[in-house]
Design a protein. Structure first.
Lengths: 136, 379
């Protein structure tokens, strides 16, 4: 699916959207990164663990973080809490885990769209846009 | 010889009936007779008890002592009976013989019984048996716990496997998409897009299994709804088309779920891509039902009528490639697939195949029979 001009992801002030990709499956991370770039965003990472995600967010605060939930060294939702609180980033969860417990936690987290795997390009783009539109 | 023996045993000539010794005093005679009679009666019934016990419980460690005791008690009884008779008829010869026999039986029992003592003493007492029982119960409880724990681990492992497979399929899809981006050619991109869609359809099966309670069978209805969700969000151009699924509670094993998923994906995607051109609105209905062991999948749309056979133009890679896939998978299911003619436009796809048992159902079927026979035998 090619990106249409009106589809580009961008900040309200015209700057490009900075998106941190947190995903431990290498090829999936690459895929996510390339979808973001396809729609005009700037990719930070991809990083593959909670510790790397926190470190990267501290060094280069992102506008949006695409968070995988199951990460090798910790829980993606907890990491997302920290990134959102410390750096004000919007969160989009990307995950294959759609068991009721996880869905409940994501619901409690609040204001963070969920993109289920298998990822659809359009679904991801709309989720990022929705997260950005959300008032702070 | 025989005559003298018979005479010795039974002749009462010149011998005095025993009553004479007691001067025929009724108090003495009748007391003795009454006592002897009671003893004789008892000594005839007690052996009956011993023999009955020995015969009914032939599994006892040894039964010969019971027969031995029974014999000497019986003979004792007989001597007392003869004692009564000899009050009036002095058959002391016969009485002597019976007494000798009784003596032999008694001394035999007295001697033979002693070697039994150590063996009998070594039998576990009730306390010991109870202790052994408790120990066994505890071991059984421990084993059961171990088995349950192992079972739980296996369940978790199985869950993990499905999660892994789903993840791996996602990786395949990502790889295909990365590949897709390297080509500008629309035909190639479309072809790869179709492949990605098929991989996703398979991945959804494993997702359904991962989220299921038994991990071995897929509820087809809920799978179809997930497929619809995915298909709709993957291609927003088809916002004008409503897709709905109606299904009974059919659940299929993995081996049948994956081909069914791929067929459904093929037919539905084709309908979305080709049956509603120019933003035409419409409806696609997926129906799944099982009747009498036969599963039936139907995909009905009210579009312009573009069944797979004729969509060579849209499906890159050759005419009717999609239908080829459908037929191959239908054959794998041991069933048949076709498009039925629809009056008034649209398309009506039908797939029919025999439902297979899941491994659990097969195991239950195999295990059930022996249990039932044993229960029947016990009745």
């Amino acid at each position: 699916m090619k990106a249409e001009p009106g589809d580009r992801l961008g900040r309200a002030d015209g700057r490009e959207l900075r998106v941190l990709v947190v995903e431990d499956e290498g090829l999936v991370a690459l895929d996510l990164a390339s979808i973001v770039e396809q729609f005009g965003g700037t990719v930070i990472g991809p990083v593959a663990s909670v510790s790397e995600a926190l470190r990267s967010a501290a060094q280069q605060p992102p506008d949006v973080a695409l968070m995988d939930i199951r990460l090798p060294d910790g829980d993606g939702i907890d990491a997302a809490h920290q990134i959102r609180e410390r750096h004000g980033a919007r969160i989009v969860f990307v995950t294959g885990n759609t068991d009721p417990e996880t869905l409940l936690r994501i619901g409690k987290f609040g204001r963070a769209p969920l993109v289920p795997k298998p990822i659809s390009i359009d679904g991801l783009k709309r989720a990022i846009q929705r997260a950005c539109r959300d008032p702070e | 010889m025989i005559d003298s023996l018979t005479q010795w045993l039974f002749s009462t000539d010149q011998l005095m009936p025993h009553g004479f010794c007691l001067l025929w005093r009724p108090d003495l005679v009748w007391t003795h007779v009454a006592a002897d009679a009671t003893i004789a009666l008892s000594y005839f019934t007690i052996p009956l008890f011993l023999v009955t016990l020995a015969r009914r419980r032939s599994d006892l460690l040894f039964t010969w002592p019971f027969y031995l005791f029974g014999t000497f008690i019986l003979l004792c009884g007989t001597t007392h009976l003869l004692s009564i008779i000899s009050f009036w008829r002095p058959i002391y010869g016969l009485e002597a013989v019976v007494k000798v026999a009784t003596g032999l039986a008694s001394i035999g029992t007295a001697i033979l019984v002693w070697p039994l003592l150590p063996r009998l003493l070594s039998l576990p007492n009730r306390e010991a048996l109870q202790r052994v029982n408790e120990e066994l119960e505890q071991r059984v409880a421990e084993r059961t716990e171990e088995v349950e724990r192992a079972n739980q681990q296996l369940t978790v492992l199985l869950q993990e496997v499905h999660h892994r497979v789903k993840n791996n399929l996602q990786v395949v899809a990502s790889m295909l998409r990365l590949q897709q981006r390297r080509f500008a050619d629309a035909q190639l991109r479309d072809a790869l897009e179709r492949s990605i869609s098929r991989v996703h359809a398979m991945s959804l099966v494993h997702q359904a299994l991962y989220g299921s309670t038994n991990f071995v069978s897929v509820n087809v209805g809920s799978y179809m709804r997930k497929l619809i969700e995915y298909v709709q969000q993957a291609d927003p151009r088809v916002a004008e088309v409503k897709i709905e699924a109606t299904a009974d509670d059919t659940a299929l094993p993995i081996d049948q779920s994956v081909p069914l998923a791929l067929i459904a994906n093929e037919v539905v995607t084709n309908a979305l891509k080709h049956a509603f051109p120019n933003q035409r609105a419409g409806r696609v209905r997926i129906a799944v039902a099982t009747e009498g062991g036969k599963v039936r999948l139907e995909v009905i749309d009210n579009g312009v009528g573009a069944p797979l056979d004729q969509s060579g133009a849209g499906e890159q890679g050759g005419r009717g490639f999609g239908m080829q896939i459908v037929h191959a998978l239908a054959q794998q299911l041991g069933g048949s697939a076709r498009y039925e003619t629809v009056a008034g436009g649209g398309a009506h796809f039908v797939l029919e195949f025999e439902r297979q048992d899941t491994p659990a159902e097969r195991a239950r079927g195999a295990g059930a029979a022996p249990v039932e026979t044993a229960a029947a035998a016990a009745r």
